[in-house]
Design a protein around this ligand. Structure first.
Ligand code: PRP
Ligand code: HPA
Ligand code: MG
Length: 179
């Protein structure tokens, strides 16, 4: 797997300390409330697992699976629900946890979908964001790192379902894409 990588963009240690900062901010902002943390499968699994363990505010977890990428590197723009939440959102403080905001299409669709279910609030936490790739304007409360507009893998992020288990964020060598 090593020869598939071009470079490491964000190390395991950098991810860990940035998530601790985000968790501290979340604890401050949600003081006195219960949070319903919604993880977006499959990419957000690692962020979700590591972030919630650093949050001290009472919380429950639920999962949603949506997909807009299929097996390629470009968003199709069509978001499909593959698995819905099991929780009633009425009156809940919802915090969506994502691995990455790229075009923003997935989250902008997901946020309005969840907002239509009567929650008290819906906010977003994402490990990564690509400001140059945004095609929709979406307000995000908690951002781990803004990165350049290149395809990244690791720490939950895949290319054709591979590399999710890398403990860091990296970029792929051109030969992996068939280049
Ligand atoms: O901002 P966007 O351009 O919409 O891209 C971001 C979304 O795309 C990826 O998910 P994907 O649909 O590939 O599913 P996965 O999490 O199972 O990999 C990623 O995990 C985000 O959910
Ligand atoms: O850069 C990316 N890498 C992996 N999956 C993704 N889904 C959206 N953007 C990306
Ligand atoms: Mg995802």
């Amino acid at each position: 797997m090593g020869e598939d990588l071009q470079k490491i963009l964000i190390t395991e240690e950098q991810i860990d300390s940035r998530l601790a900062e985000l968790a501290a901010q979340i604890d401050k902002d949600y003081e006195g409330k219960d949070i319903l943390v919604v993880g977006v499968l499959k990419g957000a699994v690692m962020v979700m697992a590591d972030l919630v363990r650093k949050i001290h505010t009472p919380l429950t977890m639920d999962w949603m699976a949506v997909s807009s990428y299929g097996s390629g590197t470009k968003s199709s723009g069509v978001v499909r629900i593959l698995k819905d939440l099991e929780t009633d959102l009425e009156g809940r403080h919802v915090l969506i946890v994502e691995d990455i905001i790229d075009s923003g299409l997935t989250l902008s669709w997901l946020k309005s979908n969840l907002e239509s279910r009567g929650p008290a609030s819906v906010q977003i936490a994402t490990l990564l964001r690509k400001p140059e790739a945004a095609t929709v304007d979406i307000h995000v409360e908690y951002v781990g790192f803004d990165i350049a507009n290149e395809f990244v893998v690791g720490y939950g992020l895949d290319y054709a379902e591979k590399y999710r288990n890398l403990p860091f964020i990296g970029t792929l060598a051109p030969h992996v894409y068939g280049g």
